[in-house]
Design a binder for this molecule. Structure first.
Ligand code: DGL
Length: 284
């Protein structure tokens, strides 16, 4: 079993999970992180549950080779489809992003009318509605799938009139629902936060779960006696980045949103980590 000086594994389908990773780096600066972005197979949001579970299992298997002590699924789609499976199959703690977002949204809404934007898969899974109602059964939940936004974020069109137009079209229906809270239910969307703010207006509270996810991770590590006791040095030593394709593009993007420059992003063949069954990563 990995000890407290082991890294935390964080994964997403691409760069979106970096919005969660950078918050973990900020709140828990002594923790080491191994990040994996599945850039070869993005987007996850248009794929089936079984495919996302298979991809997630392969990534988990890869992260276990890095002897991670905990895993953060920094992807709403993978959380919606694979979190419960992965939690059942692993002995180390695994957290996702949906529960944290639901908790925050329920605590900030004044009129119990909450909008959720996310991928087609996340919205279709109904997992947000389930999580929100578990905290307050009176809330009314309005979901909207926004499939084009992942490509715009990956393309780096974060402040662009085309992105504004697309967000505006997607939010059109939600405008008539009198929501006072909008969950950015895809880890790519916080990159488009200023556009969401402009289109949704000042009266709608935008919820980005990254802050709570990092807090939840910190508390979980502390409870399990897994918090890293010592800072192991600079970003170059503490953080490792892996992708399944286009390492250079990932590196460029990451350097534009992280507070330091990444020196190296390694490309791996994630299909090599096919799990042979549910016990394949039990030894972790
Ligand atoms: N970042 C993923 C999420 O939070 C979405 C990107 C994708 O569709 O792969 O759902």
């Amino acid at each position: 079993m990995a000890g407290s000086n082991a890294p935390v594994g964080v994964f997403d389908s691409g760069v979106g999970g970096l919005t969660v990773a950078r918050e973990i780096m900020r709140q828990l600066p002594e923790e080491r992180i191994v990040y994996f972005g599945d850039t070869a197979r993005l987007p996850y949001g248009t794929k089936s549950r079984n495919t996302v579970i298979r991809f997630s299992r392969q990534i988990v298997r890869f992260l276990m080779t890095k002897e991670v002590k905990a895993i953060v699924i920094a992807c709403n789609t993978a959380t919606a489809f694979a979190l419960e499976e992965i939690q059942r199959e692993l002995r180390i703690p695994v957290i996702g992003v949906i529960d944290a977002a639901a908790r925050v949204a329920v605590s900030v809404t004044g009129n119990n009318r909450i909008g959720v934007v996310g991928t087609t898969a996340t919205i279709g899974s109904g997992m947000y509605e389930k999580a929100l109602k578990q905290y307050n059964e009176k809330v009314k939940v309005y979901g909207k799938a926004c499939p084009l936004l992942v490509s715009l974020a990956e393309e780096g069109w974060l402040h662009d009139t085309i992105t504004e137009e697309v967000v505006s079209r997607y939010l059109k229906d939600l405008r008539y629902k009198s929501i006072d809270t909008l969950i950015l239910g895809c880890t790519h969307y916080p990159l488009l936060r200023s556009t969401f703010r402009k289109i949704a207006g000042e009266d709608v509270t935008l919820v980005n779960p990254a802050y709570e996810v990092a807090m939840e991770l910190g508390e979980l590590l502390k409870t399990r006696g897994l918090s890293c006791g010592r800072d192991v040095g600079g970003a170059g030593e503490k953080y490792e980045f892996f992708v399944s394709d286009a390492a250079e593009k990932f590196c460029e993007f990451a350097n534009s949103i992280l507070p330091f420059d990444i020196e190296q992003v390694k490309q791996i063949n994630i299909e090599d980590f096919e799990a042979e069954g549910r016990d394949a990563f039990r030894e972790g």
